[in-house]
Design a protein around this ligand. Structure first.
Ligand code: BGC
Length: 477
């Protein structure tokens, strides 16, 4: 080899890492949005909230802003034994909850919903749920008792009463035939009746965001937003009745109601196209509900791992990761779990212990420290974008409510297990809220159980009075 060539080669090898970095950067740059983009997104979100709230504009709005029939936060006097169902999160659960003032005790059991039931018929789904309730009651020696039940049903529903909720569309991998357009409480009661061996009445149906808000408000009266960052994402908040064009209830005190925003559907009309990446488009295309829940698909746990996987695969195909050699696992849709993102980002030193563990699980044979660093970088870009996008929604709500001090109750596996989500959100919300608004992000514990029990407790008190919504001290309206 000529001397000159060797010199050129040596020089090239020196700049190669920089050049490779540049190539990596080019492929993942679309995940990085500017401050102005986030500000613009907040304005878009705010516009969509108002569109959903307006009587005339609601029919064409994508963010539906459903009024719930919950008008106030709990006063702490709720008590008794309650059953709760939690459907729509990571697991399906049946719970037994005892409320006694601030003291809450809870027992719960997770039951599996097999894939064929998630995408089968509604009758199969509700028969399965009724079977699980029976099993749970039998194991807890409750078969002879009549216990009020609260149903946390975490899908978009138009509510027409505290225990009437019409499913508008399935999300998060569920697609049971014959349920959309139907009252899910009626379907549950019919399944219970078909069995004929349990005496259970569902008194309230709530969204998981409402559960989170109620559960947190039990101990913090400033709580006015409930946020879920888990398999899916959504938020609810307390709105003045004068702003709710769709409100058809009374205007007694308190003149407010919780609104289930169903913000996951933001972007279903194309308004997020300017920030979507090719990876987002692929995730959407291969989902069970293409074109739907666009904002949710850019944020939540059901999709984050897959977004990262697609980006890693792209880098790998360009020879920028794993020396270009992947694995069947890495090439398999859905195989890069969202928990990997949290694990990889939890590595704090150059040993990359978790990252290497993930690579092993993905049967990758050859990887360098540089591969670990790149994978970590990709994970952090995707999760940071998710945290910032969710912050846009929270900031829009805070600015809209314009209260001085607001506690945001947050629940969901993504928020709970990701090492930086909380801090990233605090930072971004702070940048976006009007000066003077103070907020706190508080982890809400077991809202889907406790929140459902609290609402059911009040509904139980109300049932004989013929009242339809829950207001001041649970006694009015
Ligand atoms: C559902 C919401 C729910 C959210 C979080 C979304 O897919 O539409 O109702 O609150 O997931 O579980």
């Amino acid at each position: 080899m000529g001397r000159e060539f060797q010199t050129v080669l040596a020089a090239l090898l020196k700049i190669l890492p920089d050049y490779e970095d540049m190539l990596v950067e080019n492929l993942v740059r679309p995940f990085i949005l500017k401050d102005e983009d986030y500000k613009l997104l907040m304005d878009i979100m705010l516009g969509e909230f108002n569109k959903g709230l307006g009587k005339e504009t609601n029919p064409t709005a994508k963010v539906k802003m459903y009024p719930t029939y919950v008008r106030d936060v709990p006063d702490g006097s709720e008590n008794g034994n309650f059953l709760a169902l939690d459907l729509g999160g990571t697991n399906f659960r049946v719970l037994l909850i005892n409320l006694n003032g601030q003291e809450v005790t809870m027992e719960s059991k997770i039951y599996l919903i097999p894939q064929h039931i998630m995408t089968g018929t509604g009758e199969q789904l509700f028969d399965h749920i009724a079977k699980c309730i029976h099993k749970f009651m039998s194991n807890h020696d409750l078969l002879k008792e009549k216990i009020p039940l609260g149903f946390t049903f975490s899908f978009p529903c138009k509510q027409i009463g505290l225990n009437h909720a019409i499913l508008t569309q399935w999300t998060k991998g569920f697609k049971c035939e014959g349920v959309e357009g139907e009252d899910v409480v009626r379907l549950l009661h019919e399944a219970i009746k078909r069995r004929g061996d349990i005496d259970v009445e569902c008194l309230a149906v709530i969204n998981d965001t409402v559960g989170a808000l109620m559960s947190c408000a039990h101990s913090d009266r400033d709580c006015a937003i409930g946020l879920i960052l888990g398999t899916g994402t959504n938020a609810c908040y307390i709105e003045k009745l004068e702003n709710v064009g769709l409100w058809d209830g009374d205007y007694n005190e308190p003149n407010q109601v919780m609104i289930n925003t169903e913000w996951g559907a933001l972007g279903d009309d194309g308004c997020l196209d300017f920030v979507k990446t090719e990876y987002d488009r692929q995730v959407d295309k291969h989902s069970i509900n293409p074109g739907r829940q666009i904002y949710e698909k850019m944020i939540s746990g059901m999709y984050m791992g897959e977004i990262v996987r697609l980006a890693l695969e792209k880098l790998r195909k360009h020879g920028l990761l794993f020396g270009g050699k992947g694995s069947e696992e890495l090439s398999t849709r859905g195989r890069f779990y969202t928990k990997y993102v949290s694990e990889i980002e939890s590595d704090v030193d150059d040993h990359f212990k978790n990252t290497k563990q993930v690579f092993e699980e993905l049967a990758l044979e050859k990887y360098s420290d540089e591969d670990c660093r790149i994978a970590q970088y990709v994970c952090s870009l995707v999760s940071t974008r998710a945290a910032f996008l969710a912050s846009v929604g929270v900031a829009a709500l805070l600015n809209k409510m314009d209260r001085q001090d607001v506690t945001v109750a947050v629940d969901g596996s993504l928020y709970r297990f990701h090492p930086h989500f909380h801090d990233l959100m605090e930072e971004k919300i702070q940048q976006l809220v009007k000066p003077g608004i103070k907020f706190k992000l508080m982890l809400s514990h077991d809202g889907s159980g406790k929140g459902a029990a609290i609402v059911t407790a009040v509904a139980n008190r109300l049932r004989d009075s013929g009242k339809e919504s829950i207001g001041e001290n649970g006694l009015e309206n």
